[in-house]
Design a protein around this ligand. Structure first.
Ligand SMILES: NC(=O)c1ccc[n+]([C@@H]2O[C@H](COP(=O)([O-])OP(=O)(O)OC[C@H]3O[C@@H](n4cnc5c(N)ncnc54)[C@H](O)[C@@H]3O)[C@@H](O)[C@H]2O)c1
Ligand SMILES: N[C@H](CO)Cc1c[nH]c[nH+]1
Ligand SMILES: [Zn+2]
Length: 425
């Protein structure tokens, strides 16, 4: 990990940069695959599944029999864990629905807004290096609460052409309508443009690697909506001398093990914490099955020593991390000063992993600095809000002259006429 000791502001852009694949070639490669999927449908999906996932599939659609077999394969303990997580996620997300409120802006003029679930949504569930079945709960539960009618799911098949049984279990638990064994850019293209077997959706959700994230951003040009750019995982830990080095190291590694392009940042005000975390990282890394991946991610990661908690907060806001852990005194007060982060974990006993699985919050979050302007997935992501107005004749009379005046001032006589004609009827 690269170390920065009291870095000057001029170093911040380089210090806080994310690891990227060569952006031009990434875009070119993704655009080429999308173009082929758009033109060639299922045949192109087949071709790229063979190329990138190294498996030849006759059909991408998961059958009811496959689901039954898979569900029978999972242990009761894992099913119980998934169900408990689902319960917490549901509890937290159910509170996100708003009651319709009718506002009478003037006597006889009533306005209101109603939330309507997006009818057809596509969920992408990463599976390249780990089958992230927890992501199904994070996307499927808010989709269900929002009232989405068709919920499609795509996830990359393994070498035997199958999906992990827990993916199928979680999918049926949250009411996914159809499940497809398609991964990467192919999946995004199939859901965006439709193929013989995959229907076109209106909005695509879900995290993924840089290929998936780039594809999601590109299909927006063809009118598709997406949740947000939720790319390679990242975590920032802000620690003072009250932090517990072993805990901090475990949090940094928990995100580093996601992928070689993940990033972990430690910002600390204590030299001793920096040294102890380094030693802990080495110790804990050696025991990880995904050591090689985590090691690559750590090579992109940073240890930053700063003179004050204020500067640590400023850097954390500048970085705008997907996850921010506050392992410091008065962590709740510090949390109040954070304006850019996807999700915040307060105090020594709030590891990031609980948000990944079961505390109740959503783990599909903006990465790559997008937390400056985007929120993580919520029920809101799955609805659109329609506004309504209903005027009585008296209400129209009240508002007629300002409307007519404004329409005339904009040079739009027909607008004014639509009011006048009613006044004179
Ligand atoms: N931000 C979030 O909310 C969040 C949540 C969970 C996971 N994640 C991130 O999701 C990512 C999952 O990545 P993953 O790779 O394990 O799974 P993935 O499912 O995103 O990607 C796997 C697919 O990538 C495609 N692919 C692989 N190499 C390719 C190449 N050279 N050219 C074109 N396509 C290629 C393949 O089609 C494969 O099916 C990780 O980076 C993880 O950190 C982010
Ligand atoms: N940390 C990931 C979001 O960046 C989500 C996840 C799923 N499984 C484990 N972790
Ligand atoms: Zn994680």
């Amino acid at each position: 990990m690269k170390k920065y000791i009291n870095p000057s502001k001029s170093l911040w852009p380089e210090m806080l940069s994310r690891p990227v694949l060569d952006n031009t070639s990434l875009k070119e490669r993704v655009a080429e695959v999308l173009k082929e999927i758009k033109a060639g449908g299922d045949e192109a999906v087949k071709k790229y599944t063979e190329k990138f996932d190294r498996v030849v599939l006759e059909s991408f659609l998961v059958t009811q029999d496959e689901i039954k077999l898979a569900v029978a394969e999972i242990s009761k303990d894992l099913k119980d864990a998934i169900e408990l997580a689902a319960k917490n996620i549901r509890l937290f997300h159910e509170k996100q629905t708003a009651k319709v409120e009718i506002v009478e802006t003037r006597p006889g003029i009533k306005c209101w807004r109603k939330s309507v679930g997006i009818e057809k949504v596509g969920l992408y569930i990463p599976g390249g290096s780990a089958p992230l079945f927890s992501t199904i709960l994070m996307l499927g539960i808010p989709a269900q609460i929002a009232g989405c009618k068709e919920i499609l799911l795509c996830s990359p098949p393994n070498k035997e052409g199958k999906l992990h049984p827990a993916i199928l279990f979680a999918a049926q638990l949250v009411g996914v309508t159809r499940i497809y064994k398609i991964g990467g850019v192919q999946a995004i293209g199939a859901m965006a443009y439709g193929t013989g077997t995959v229907p076109k959706v209106y909005k695509i959700f879900g995290p993924g690697n840089q290929f998936v994230t780039c594809a999601k951003q590109m299909v927006q040009e063809d009118g598709l909506a997406i949740d947000m750019p939720a790319g390679p995982s990242e975590v920032c830990v802000l620690a003072d001398d009250s932090a517990i080095p072993a805990f901090v190291a475990s949090d940094l590694l928990s995100q580093a093990e996601h992928g070689a392009d993940s990033q972990a940042i430690l910002i600390t005000t204590a030299q001793s914490i920096l040294q102890k975390v380094e030693a802990e990282l080495e110790k804990q890394l050696a025991l990880l099955p995904r050591k090689a991946i985590a090691e690559k991610a750590l090579a992109n990661s940073k240890l930053i020593l700063v003179p004050s908690i204020e500067e640590a907060i400023e850097i954390a806001n500048e970085y705008a991390s997907e996850h921010l852990i506050l392992a410091c005194e008065n962590a709740e007060e510090v949390a109040e000063k954070i304006v850019n982060a996807g999700s915040i974990f307060i105090g020594n006993y709030s590891p990031e992993s609980v948000g990944d699985y079961a505390s109740g919050t959503n783990h599909t979050l903006p990465t790559n600095g997008y937390a400056r302007a985007y929120s993580g997935v919520s029920v809101d992501s799955f609805i659109k809000k329609i506004t309504y107005q209903k005027l009585t004749q008296q209400g129209l009379q009240l508002i007629a002259s300002p409307v007519i005046l404004m329409a005339e001032a904009e040079g739009l006589r027909a607008h004014a006429n639509a009011v006048n004609i009613r006044l004179n009827a």
